[in-house]
Design a protein around this ligand. Sequence first.
Ligand code: PBG
Length: 330
Amino acid sequence: MPHGQFPYIRGRRLRSSSALRAMVAEHELKPADFIAPIFIMEGKDHKVEIPSMPDYYRYTLDRVMKEIEELQEAGIRSLLLFVKVPEDKKDNKGTEALNENGLMQQSVRAIKEQFPDMLVMTDVALDPYSSYGHDGIVKDSEIVNDESVELLAEMAVSHAQAGADMVAPSDMMDGRIAAMRYALDEQNFKNTGIMAYSAKYASSYYGPFRDALDSAPGFGDKKTYQMDPSNVREAIKEAKLDEQEGADIVMVKPGLPYLDVVRAVREHVSVPVSVYNVSGEYAMLKAAAEKGWLNEEEAMMEALIGFKRAGADLIATYFAKAASKLINKG
Ligand code: PBG
């Protein structure tokens, strides 16, 4: 340590002006990092605010177009589609999931037609279509793996036929990535990508989402397929397996309580890692801001940069539009 006035090393020097802070910032958010989740419902000329997700809406297909236009204007390049299926179309064999004129398939076609440059990803799982609210087929109170995988692979092909750029399996069945890759290739959808929800935890933070799609499990919980929040080594195992099975992107979900998992997965796979900043994370920030307990914009940006710092390349978030607008303002 040289002589002179203490302290010799001053960390605050690099924080002393806005220009310096910008120069040494280690991470940066850009609108192209975001994947915007979109909720679509049947009907015409209607949008409904999701009660547990203030300022977030479910749209009929005609009305969602204006929202997508706004997202595109804000610089967002990719969407993740979810559909709400009416009760009378739900069953235990994914009939509506495979309907080539189902709401998902129609939506993909219409959105790609109007926004050919927008990357359209689709959720692949049975829960919105399931009379039991489970992600797979139910037999004797069990969510059966292999039959579910066959159906999910068909569902992925159906989405690809409608024009999806990527499918996003969120079901957590074993072997579904390999099965989907095989099925897609066989039907000549070699360039349809797979974003695998690899480390998806059995989380209470999905509550508001299940309100949005009316997809809460009718019996039991999802703990026999979604992961135990105690585990991180298991997340690495799942992500590596999905990478080997052909996933183009792997995902960790939820986000904020699992930043260590994002970091661990980042260090063990070579494919891009995405994180899902889920509905409950959105809801808690919105609720605190509504009460005046947090500054919404600042808390939102701090959470989002936290994902980048943890190692995420992409962020699926209900804040996509709001954050992009702020970023664009500079
Ligand atoms: C269903 C699915 C869920 C979410 C995305 N896909 C819910 C669940 O597994 O019960 C949650 C997203 C969110 O909470 O924002 N396969």
